[in-house]
Design a protein around this ligand. Sequence first.
Ligand code: RIB
Ligand code: CA
Length: 309
Amino acid sequence: MNKIPVWLDTDIGVDDSIAFLVLNKQKNLDLKGISAVAGNVELDFTYPNARNICCFVGADYPVYKGADKPMFVEPQTAHTIHGEEGLGRAKLPVSDAPETDIPAWDAIYNAAVEAKGELRLIAVGPLTNVAITISKYPQIRGLLKQILIMGGAAVGGNVTPAAEYNIYADPQAAQIVFKSGIPLVMCGLDVTMEAYMTPEEVYELGAVDSPVCRFFGDSTIDVLNFYERGSLPGLCLHDVCPVLYLTHPELFSGKEAGVYVETRGTITRGKTITDLMSDKKFPEKNAFVVLEVDRDGFSAMVSDILRSY
Ligand code: RIB
Ligand code: CA
């Protein structure tokens, strides 16, 4: 089987960690490396979290340090949701893997060159690392086959009524990515708020007697309570969406659209403006916007994958 070379850029937090655990079990993906970015929690946590979750599952993917702050705006973390160190109540073994000695943007570029134009970049945090890579290596436009992000929303927001966290956290970086011309898949809140596990499904999976399922339970319990307090239907696994879109597109549907980022607004900072519902269209359809998911199938697949460890 020809495996698809992929890279994971993450502000590894709770749903990021589930996305990694799901990605790690995909037989048709060849994970070339992981880059950590500041986001949900500081880089001082996202970098070791990425190293430690690899150690936890016995994987030896190289992990690289990226940006410790957004390109221009002030950092905005999400400790209230992801916990002090980014993994809720879960604790991971400390990795003793050798530290890497080049920054994320150089590592991403090197991997893109090595993959000869086949590399797909899955970005599930603020897009700072991706934007720096594109800015330092403009020639990567011809080398990255696709960027699949968790970010944005055609309608709504979760940091403000207009903006989703990953875009809001670094709107200028997001704009660089959306204007890059690299084929883009956007898994925004339109689909990720439907990509949830019910409380019953979460408790059942967390009760399975295995290290990975116990990790799932410990890492998600506070996030689930947060969603339930907000009267949402369950645990939204935002960052799993771009991973399963790449390997199981049959679970999803969406539309091509023009999408660009508001970088100067106050009320609208970080809004992803799409032309999906407007008569006036942008000149280019620069993104495939994922809008719907088969929730039952998505939840069952995540559960089966985590039980398979
Ligand atoms: O808005 C959800 C996104 O913000 C997810 O990537 C989550 O991990 C946080 O980074
Ligand atoms: Ca994330």
